[in-house]
Design a protein around this ligand. Structure first.
Ligand SMILES: [Fe+2]
Ligand SMILES: [Fe+2]
Length: 648
């Protein structure tokens, strides 16, 4: 199992070769190619370890020895680090923990059940966080949250002094106390439910009050109560994360704000001690946010304070661990954007459910400057320098940012997503650019030789009408094609970084990149007209196969363009070898054969003849042979350029 962990780390390192350490674009593209072949080999070893070593143990009916259980828990913990948020494979860790929990329940052993419940809460929490970004809603999180609460309920039974005293060791008693506060993390993502929110506050108040109970204190003489109290208060402060008052009453919001002020006082009373628990900016941000959410600070003042806090974080000399850096580089901008989404003066006695998907009012010059700065720094620092270490956490924040993205003149949604792709997975970025170019090329020749194939697009019907709008159609097609896989951004770790066989739910998720893409595009008005390209590019021409099931190419107003992008998408995928570690790329001729075989079912029936025209064939061949390298060169240049203004 240790080998598996080493291999997984290695895969992640190989996935992100540091371009600044490589000598030129050619070496960069060579390295990527070589790395992905290596990743393919390592992934095979890892698959074998899972199927030959792990699965037989997990699925055996035999009793497990304590040593085996220990080893499995160690394995699962090495994959997941809920406190530093530098996990390397959350789903696999969760898989192991939930299987061991089932085993513990069957065994009836109290100590084993408590320990496994503890592991399962961490695993479920991390899964809830992951699921948040896939579902953009509640259902995706529900199964994991349910598992976590089941484990938390079990532990909670031991919170009173008598039950706590019944536990054999101090280690188990401490485990109960830790979870009396930590288990509230499972509420995360329950963003609009006032009942959950109140439950969350009550649980934490109970947990804090345990510190005042002498009977409980005497049972755990070595327990760090100072730490316990601080953390529990910090969880209360986090309830409103992302400017979300979660339906809290004004009274609760004032209570949370008071807790934050108190936290700040406590922190300042002993910086040496508290610095190791939590960066001060984290507490300050919570205090500022909650003062705003309960009406003690007005919105414009709050926006200015956020911008100021951000500037402080940027100051040279500040060092942050990866998770903190994600927190401030994307976390503060997110708070800023959420505040912009609400009209000023929204705080009332009523529960706060005000939510608009875009900036509520026209942005001021200052706000535009601030947002532009945020986006540039995210591109330059968060995405690039931290991606490999705190990837899951980064993607969680980034997905929220994409949903709430507010465009500014210098940074459009499309451009921001392309930057993100370029950093998070260069081969996907190159693929996207290639699909843009191939789609435009195919579309150009459709307009030249067979224009009425596009009849119906934008109300254009005759060959003359279509030809006279050629430039508009081509730029629409290229832009739409560039957006086709944006739904992969929140899934990038699952799709590319693990190097193992996927669990069923992960396969389902990957297929959801089309839905996620549609949602992202819909939320952003500058690209919402490309929604159907994201939604339909994996659907077959005849609508009978492919996914998603509910999408119909025939009913889409841009159906003929979807067929073109779908063909370009498969063409690039089939002929590329980078990023697809185990298969060699096909030739263009082989791909055209494939299109012939699928003409009328998978592909639009006119495509093979079009692609076989010497002029078209030659253009496609040229793009496939030359442009891919060009895009790798461009990626290298962008990733290594020093000046921030050049980046965007
Ligand atoms: Fe796709
Ligand atoms: Fe694609």
């Amino acid at each position: 199992m240790d080998e598996y962990i080493r291999n997984t780390r290695q895969i992640r390192i190989l996935s992100y070769p540091d371009p600044s350490k490589l000598d030129g674009a050619a070496e960069y593209s060579r390295t990527l190619r070589a790395n992905f072949i290596k990743i393919g080999e390592i992934a095979q070893i890892n698959r074998a370890i899972l199927s030959n070593v792990l699965e037989p143990v997990l699925s055996s009916d035999q009793a497990l020895t304590p040593e085996t259980i220990d080893e499995l828990n160690r394995f699962s913990s090495s994959l997941l680090d809920a406190s530093s948020v530098e996990s390397i494979d959350i789903p696999l860790s969760y898989h192991v923990s939930s299987r061991l929990m089932k085993y513990a329940v069957r065994s009836g052993d109290t100590a084993l059940k408590l320990r496994q419940a503890d592991y399962l809460i961490s695993g479920s929490y991390s899964m809830v966080n992951m699921a948040k970004r896939f579902g953009f809603g509640q259902e995706a999180c529900a199964p994991f949250r349910e598992q976590g609460f089941m484990a938390a309920d079990y532990i909670r039974q031991f919170c009173d002094p008598d039950s706590l005293a019944s536990l054999e060791s101090e280690e188990l008693r401490e485990l109960v106390l830790v979870n009396s506060r930590f288990s509230v993390c499972l509420y995360e993502g329950n963003s609009e439910d006032p009942v959950c929110c109140q439950e969350n506050i009550d649980t934490l108040k109970r947990s804090i009050s345990m510190a005042d109970n002498p009977d409980i204190r005497s049972l755990v003489p070595d327990y760090d109560w100072r730490y316990h109290r601080f953390r529990a208060m910090e969880y209360i402060a986090a309830i409103s994360e992302h400017n979300n008052s979660r339906g809290c009453t004004l009274e609760s919001r004032r209570y949370i704000s008071d807790v934050c002020d108190e936290l700040l006082r406590i922190w300042d009373s002993d910086p040496e001690y508290y610095r190791n628990l939590s960066p001060r900016i984290y507490i300050r941000l919570a205090a500022m946010r909650n003062a705003y959410l309960c009406g003690r600070t007005d919105r414009d003042e709050y926006l200015e304070m956020l911008a100021e806090l951000y500037r402080e974080c940027e100051d040279v000399g500040q060092t942050f661990i990866a998770a903190e850096e994600v927190f401030y580089i994307i976390g503060i901008p997110l708070e800023y954007i959420y505040a912009l989404e609400r009209p000023s003066g929204f705080v009332t006695e009523e529960n706060d459910r005000v939510f608009t998907s875009k900036a509520a009012e026209k942005l001021t010059e200052e706000q535009i400057r601030t947002l532009t700065r945020f986006y540039m720094v995210i591109e330059k620092r968060a995405l690039y320098t931290i991606g490999t270490r705190s990837l899951s956490y980064l993607l969680e924040f980034l997905s929220l940012l994409l949903i709430h993205f507010i465009k500014v003149p210098e940074v459009s949604f499309k451009r921001f997503c392309l930057s993100a792709m370029r950093v998070l997975h260069p081969p996907t970025y190159v693929h996207t650019c290639m699909v843009g170019e191939l789609s435009k090329c195919l579309c150009h020749y459709v307009i030249k030789y067979d224009p009425t194939r596009l009849a119906g697009f934008n109300g254009l019907n005759t060959a003359e009408e279509i030809r006279s709008h050629k430039d508009d159609i081509l730029s629409f097609t290229e832009d739409a094609a560039l957006c086709h896989d944006f739904g992969k951004i929140p899934l990038i770790d699952i799709i590319f970084v693990y190097g193992r066989n996927l669990f069923d739910f992960e396969f389902d998720l990957i297929r959801r990149h089309t839905d996620i893409g549609m949602t992202l595009l819909e939320y952003n008005s500058s690209v919402s007209r490309y929604r159907d390209i994201a939604g339909g590019h994996h659907k077959w021409y005849n609508d009978k196969s492919g996914y998603p099931f509910s999408f119909s190419i025939r009913e889409s107003e841009i159906g003929p363009l979807i067929s073109i992008v779908a063909c370009a998408d498969c063409m690039d995928a089939a002929t590329d070898s980078i990023g697809r570690s185990y298969s060699r790329g096909k030739s263009l001729d082989e791909y055209i054969h494939e299109v012939e075989d699928g003409a009328g079912t998978r592909y639009a029936p006119y495509l093979p003849d079009l692609m076989k025209r010497p002029e078209v064939y030659e253009s496609l061949r040229k793009i496939l042979n030359e442009r891919r390298e060009d895009y790798y060169r461009l990626t290298y240049d962008k990733l290594t350029c020093r000046s921030m203004s050049e980046v965007l």
